[in-house]
Design a protein around this ligand. Structure first.
Ligand SMILES: NC(=O)c1ccc[n+]([C@@H]2O[C@H](COP(=O)([O-])OP(=O)(O)OC[C@H]3O[C@@H](n4cnc5c(N)ncnc54)[C@H](OP(=O)(O)O)[C@@H]3O)[C@@H](O)[C@H]2O)c1
Length: 397
């Protein structure tokens, strides 16, 4: 690809993540969305109109046949990641795949398996299947000589980039990392069904801090010894905190009725240099989206607040003042003190990620957040599910 050429992005899906990506790709000078494909053509057409996208394709195959597409940006449910990534790679297109790279959604069971069969599947089998799918994606990209870019936005968040720079400058060794992502819970019925999500708070939310932590230790190892520091074992707990004893449904102000997936998960990760990380995800936290990392290093300490942050604080005596103005993710009232986020696409790293991925692909440079990282995150998270059910530390193969 030549330096002056615009990278042609094909967005697959037209839902929540695709909206974010459309806003971000619009701001990347060296790239543009050349087309969209989604399940319902009508929704794809509406998306194309709103974001001024020149082509709507009937399906992924039609998109892959277009010479205008250099990379597909998969914004589709987890169960479709592997087959779509493999098809795109086989057609010679680069692939951006969001988190999680893969998930266990019952792909090894007969089609008529019930939701309970999928959610109740042996956790060791879940780990085996999800990891094999992720490995297949990495291998398909290698075979086709295209890049598989893992869409972990935390790695491109401005706070994370600054932290990486300071850790390198100080030549720090991370002793402990703590981090999580939590909010008051998804109200989508899909988020409660293992078949759709591949798990609960761990896979939906903790995937972000886990990806960031694995990347930090990988980078540190390469800097200090030329070899990545890797996760060696995982010990985890999961729970449904909406079902705490003695609590009635009308007392609960966070999302309830979780059923088969956990709404709280916490994993302790041991690395092969002896350092530790504690990562959690939760749907039980009021007060807006909380995403952050606390880094305890050999010679410094860093605290990253992706959300909320206090770039802007606002006070309004009641919610009528800001009316329906958007404040931040998972805050639906502007009453009292709030922290309206000036630009969530920037602070979350979504924009920086699109900019970096475009530069990587146009320059032929490997992305920092790659398929191998996505694979390692899948391995850690499903090992966490094994640990939580079996009540033991799980050593990573
Ligand atoms: N920060 C992050 O990195 C982040 C944040 C949110 C979500 N995600 C990830 O993004 C992915 C999508 O989540 P979402 O929240 O955007 O879901 P969503 O709002 O339900 O959107 C999914 C989109 O995929 C489309 N789709 C479904 N099957 C398809 C098919 N066979 N071919 C083409 N399109 C198809 C859907 O079509 P219809 O419109 O017809 O339903 C919908 O437009 C998930 O993997 C999720 O984990 C990542």
């Amino acid at each position: 690809m030549g330096g002056a050429r615009q990278l042609g992005v094909g967005v697959v899906g037209a839902g929540f993540l695709a909206e974010t990506r459309a806003r971000c790709w619009k701001q990347v000078v060296s790239a543009g969305i050349a087309g969209v494909a989604s399940r319902r053509r009508k929704r794809a057409e509406d998306y194309a109109r709103r974001f001024d996208i020149p082509a709507v394709f009937d399906d992924l195959d039609a998109m892959l046949a277009s010479p205008a597409i250099d990379v597909v940006d998969l914004c589709v449910p987890n169960s479709l990641h592997r087959e779509m990534a493999e098809a795109a790679a086989a057609a010679g297109k680069h692939v951006i795949c969001t988190k999680p790279l893969t998930a266990y959604t019952g792909q090894d069971l007969p089609e008529d398996a019930s939701d309970a069969d999928v959610g109740g599947r042996d956790r060791g089998e879940m780990l085996r299947v999800a990891e094999a799918d992720a490995r297949a994606m990495v291998d398909a990209a290698k075979r086709a000589d295209v890049q598989l870019l893992y869409g972990e936005n935390w790695i491109y968040a401005p706070a994370f980039r600054r932290a990486l720079g300071l850790l390198a400058k100080a030549d720090s060794v991370l002793l402990e990392m703590r981090g999580g992502e939590c909010h008051s819970g998804s109200h989508s019925p899909y988020s409660r069904v293992w078949r759709h999500t591949g798990g609960g708070a761990l896979i939906r939310l903790a995937a972000h801090p886990v990806g960031a932590m694995l990347h930090l230790k990988r980078t540190e190892g390469l800097r200090r010894s030329g070899k990545p520091v890797r996760p060696a074992w995982v010990s985890a707990e999961t729970a449904d905190l909406s079902a705490v004893a003695g609590l009635s449904a009308d007392e609960l102000r966070v999302a309830g009725e979780w059923g088969e997936v956990e709404n709280w998960g916490c994993a302790v990760i041991g690395f092969d240099d002896g350092s530790r990380a504690v990562a959690w995800g939760g749907d039980h936290v009021l007060g807006g989206m909380e995403s952050g990392l606390d880094l305890f290093a050999s010679n410094c300490r860093l605290r990253l607040s992706l959300s909320p942050n206090d770039m802007l604080s606002a006070y309004a005596p009641d919610e009528s003042v800001f009316d329906d103005a958007y404040i931040m993710e998972k805050i639906d009232s502007g009453a009292g003190w709030t922290t309206p986020m000036p630009d969530e696409d920037w602070t979350s790293g979504q924009l920086g990620m699109c900019q970096a991925f475009a530069a990587n692909l146009l320059d032929g440079v490997a992305a920092e957040s790659d398929g191998e990282l996505g694979l390692e995150v899948v391995r850690v998270l499903y090992s966490a599910y094994v640990s939580a059910v079996e009540g033991r530390r799980v050593v990573l193969a």
